[in-house]
Design a protein around this ligand. Structure first.
Ligand SMILES: *[C@@H]1O[C@H](CO)[C@@H](O)[C@H](O)[C@H]1NC(C)=O
Ligand SMILES: CC(=O)N[C@H]1CO[C@H](CO)[C@@H](O)[C@@H]1O
Length: 239
């Protein structure tokens, strides 16, 4: 009796565990988000510093420049999990690993060597597949993060508009470029100044993609946004 139960259990078990589901999906998504905190913060700091250098020259530092990017920061924090989970899992790593043996195309579906774990050379929804296709996984994480940020940083997006409004009100409250304007010997017409700010903001926010790429060490392997060794270990900590 006990043996019967045990063998049933053993037969059922691989079907249950051979996929990244539930905790595994949440854990891996959160690990990438957590690792991306550093490059994303560097990006926001660079953007804020550009704004201070080009748009708000002579700004008095009542608050740190990064606070100018607060709408972007909080929008990203809210959206990051859902967009990354979707990009990694249903969009790419899903499904069973079993394939027909190419030597025996009419035969049964079997697990290719290394599948489901620890290093599975077919794209499917297991930790082993994510480890085998780690360069793809790394790229998916980068691409999803970049897309999300580029989207928020586009002029038609309300997040972008909130950042711009914050900067305009910063100028109005006297943190702006007054000295430069005075030095030029003319009072800049308000409308002109506003257009200039808009132009500068479009230019600065338009650098999100290229800056993130650079922070990550370039598209060739994204060396600074790879975390390959620790991430593979972490992925394989899921059954
Ligand atoms: C990058 O991400 C976007 C948004 O998630 C997606 O539409 C696009 O297909 C991705 N590109 C590649 C090459 O995976
Ligand atoms: C630099 C960094 O944050 N690395 C972490 C990336 O995620 C893995 C899995 O959670 C951690 O083990 C690394 O320390």
């Amino acid at each position: 009796m006990q043996i019967a139960i045990l063998s049933t259990f053993l037969l059922v078990l691989p079907a249950i565990v051979a996929a990244c589901e539930g905790e595994c999906i949440i854990g891996i998504t959160n690990a990438f988000i957590s690792n991306y905190t550093v490059p994303v913060n560097i990006l926001f700091e660079q953007l804020a510093n550009e704004v201070v250098a080009k748009v708000l020259t002579n700004r008095r530092y009542a608050s740190p420049p990064i606070s100018l990017m607060e709408p972007l920061l909080s929008a990203y924090r809210k959206a990051a999990y859902a967009s990354l989970e979707n990009a990694i899992f249903p969009s790419y790593f899903h499904g069973k690993c079993q394939r027909r043996d190419p030597e025996n195309p009419d035969g049964p579906f079997v697990n290719p060597p290394g599948c489901p774990n620890p290093n599975c050379p077919v794209v499917c929804g297991t930790p082993g597949s994510m480890v085998h296709f780690y360069p793809k996984l790394r790229y998916i994480a980068f691409n999803a993060t970049r897309h999300q940020l580029v989207d928020f940083a586009s002029p038609e997006n309300e997040v972008y508009q909130a950042v711009e409004r914050g900067i305009v009100s910063e100028i109005k409250s006297g943190g702006g470029r007054r000295n430069t304007v005075r030095a030029a010997g003319t009072r800049m017409p308000k409308q002109w100044r506003r257009e200039q700010v808009k132009r500068q903001m479009r230019e600065i926010m338009g650098q999100v993609s290229s800056r993130l790429e650079k922070i990550c060490g370039g598209m060739h392997g994204l060396p600074k946004c790879s975390w390959e060794k620790e991430m593979k270990e972490f992925i394989l900590s899921y059954p």
